[in-house]
Ligand binder design. Structure first.
Ligand SMILES: Nc1nc2c(c(=O)[nH]1)N(C=O)[C@@H](CNc1ccc(C(=O)N[C@@H](CCC(=O)O)C(=O)O)cc1)CN2
Ligand SMILES: Nc1nc2c(ncn2[C@@H]2O[C@H](COP(=O)(O)OP(=O)(O)OP(=O)(O)O)[C@@H](O)[C@H]2O)c(=O)[nH]1
Length: 459
């Protein structure tokens, strides 16, 4: 429960901008007690130790007499910085050589290389933000659609934390009243009004449940809607995927430190990311009716929130399509029935398939693809995103919320049954503990390591 593993007296340095070759300017970030002092030792210009916070200064970085670069230095004096520590940003010309020289100079003068996420970790440890806000910073960097951007921004701005904070405060109030009763246990007094406590807990339960329920949608918004394109060999699955991808390739970031491990094919439809689950396994055993392939296919498909099921009318007559439907229905995942290769059908031939109520498309000729996209959006029931709605997007947070709910349930049970105050107090403390896990008022080094090691260096 301590953060003793972290030495925050160190002054840390890292390149904050992308290390690629593009871009004219690079920003080197320095943070810690001695950030300004150390920078001042290699900077020739105004004396940085005498300048006000949030000022910018022109000068040169020197190694002895040698000029390494002409730079701009931005000053942030503690506690008025991102990390809440003294911070400096040195804007150099974007040359690998210059960056290396400047960083090495700073290290020679006493700074050390920052670990991934260490600047944001410090912002958290120094009270600049809570843990869920710090996690949102990583989500924001990884965001690649209007929806994922919006939920991350909302969480970074503290919407989620604010709700929890006031809940915790109310609960703490009751916990202390009940603990007070323990001191007077001889006298059989009740400082904590049980009806009021029950009311409060019911109120909290409603909010906690709403947050838990928001995860399904929040997760989809953050990570994209998992979709499988399925169907027999040669129905046109790859062609359809390409038709999607060619048009609206999602902005896919593979910046190290984003929370995502693998990048899959993604498309952005009306601001929502659809993530196509790799169906390589399904392709091999494409016929879901085929007994051998069914289990594997099912496993793979279970990850999907939506299945786009393609039929090829030149392969399958309407009866054959109908015969396949029960197997898909058995998966209990919403699916869209698609008759592909409609360019090969006459109007009369099409009509035969109307009983299936399908969407007719031609992946190859890009006919009906827009309508399919609209259908996908309708099917995932995202509704209109409300910026004010707090949304949980993090599995760690849902788990903590569920544990909170369990503890609160025990408190209610304790009020309604002859349970002594000390047990009641314990369950309330337990609920407080789990709420605290989310905001980081309760945290372990392992948890922090786990969260921040996924960030990029320089963040
Ligand atoms: N150059 C640069 N750009 C950046 C950051 C940064 O640290 N440096 N950020 C982060 O990585 C983000 C912005 N976040 C920041 C948050 C607070 C403060 C800051 O100086 N806060 C002071 C002063 C506030 C004020 O003047 O109103 C404070 O809160 O006291 C700076 C950046 C995105 N862009
Ligand atoms: N006429 C026509 N041909 C199409 C259409 N869509 C796909 N095809 C053709 O159908 C063949 C198979 O398409 P693919 O996209 O490779 O089919 P698939 O389902 O991915 O096939 P597998 O990877 O073997 O499972 C190709 O020759 C495509 O050009 C379409 O809408 N109209």
């Amino acid at each position: 429960m301590s953060n003793t593993g972290y030495i925050t007296e160190d002054t840390i340095v890292a390149l904050a901008t992308s290390s690629g070759t593009n871009g004219a300017i690079a920003v080197i970030r320095v943070s810690g007690q001695n950030a300004i002092k150390i920078t001042n030792e290699i900077f020739k210009g105004k004396n940085l130790l005498q300048q006000a916070s949030h000022t910018i200064h022109f000068g040169t970085i020197r190694d002895g007499e040698e000029i390494i670069d002409e730079v701009l230095v931005s000053l942030f004096v503690a506690p008025n910085s991102y990390t809440r520590e003294n911070s400096v940003e040195i804007s150099t010309h974007n040359s690998k050589y210059i960056i290396e020289r400047v960083v090495n100079l700073l290290i020679k003068k006493g700074a050390r290389a920052a670990r991934p996420g260490e600047f944001t970790l410090r912002a958290f440890l120094n009270g600049g933000m809570d843990l869920s806000q710090a996690e949102a910073v990583a989500d924001l960097i990884a965001s690649n659609s209007a929806a994922s951007h919006q939920v991350a921004m909302q969480q970074m701005r503290g919407g989620f934390s604010n709700q929890l904070k006031s809940l915790r405060e109310d609960l703490i109030h009751f916990a202390s009243l009940i603990e007070l009763e323990l001191d007077f246990s001889e006298e059989d007094v009740e400082f904590a009004n049980r009806d009021q406590l029950k009311n409060l807990i019911n109120k909290i339960q409603v909010i906690v449940q709403k947050l838990v329920q928001s995860f399904e949608q929040g997760n989809v918004l953050k990570n994209g809607v998992p979709v499988v394109i399925a169907g027999k060999p040669n129905v046109g699955k790859s062609t359809l995927l390409n038709a999607f991808l060619n048009e609206e390739r999602a902005i896919v970031s593979d910046i190290a430190g984003t929370t995502r491990d693998t990048i899959e094919d993604e498309i952005n439809i009306h601001g929502v990311t659809f993530r196509f689950i790799d169906t390589a396994g399904i392709r091999e055993t494409a016929d879901v009716i085929e007994a051998k392939g069914v289990e594997r296919t099912r496993e793979k498909m279970k990850q999907a929130r939506l299945i786009i099921y393609l039929f090829d009318p030149t392969q399958d007559k309407v009866e054959e399509v109908q015969a396949q439907l029960p197997e898909i229905e058995r998966l209990q995942i919403p699916f869209v029935t698609i008759i592909n290769k409609s360019d090969l059908l006459s109007e009369a031939q099409k009509e035969v398939y109307n009983v299936l109520n399908p969407l007719y498309i031609s992946a190859k000729e890009q006919i009906g693809v827009e309508e399919l996209k609209d259908e996908l959006i309708n099917r995932v029931h995202l509704g209109n995103l409300n910026t004010d709605d707090v949304m949980v997007t993090n599995i760690r947070h849902v788990e903590a919320l569920q544990k909170t709910a369990d503890s609160l349930e025990r408190v209610i049970y304790g009020i309604d049954n002859p349970v002594t105050s000390d047990f009641l107090a314990m369950d309330i403390r337990q609920a407080l503990y789990h709420l605290g896990e989310i905001t980081g008022s309760v945290s372990t080094d392992d948890l922090l390591d786990n969260i921040f090691s996924k960030f990029c260096i320089g963040k």
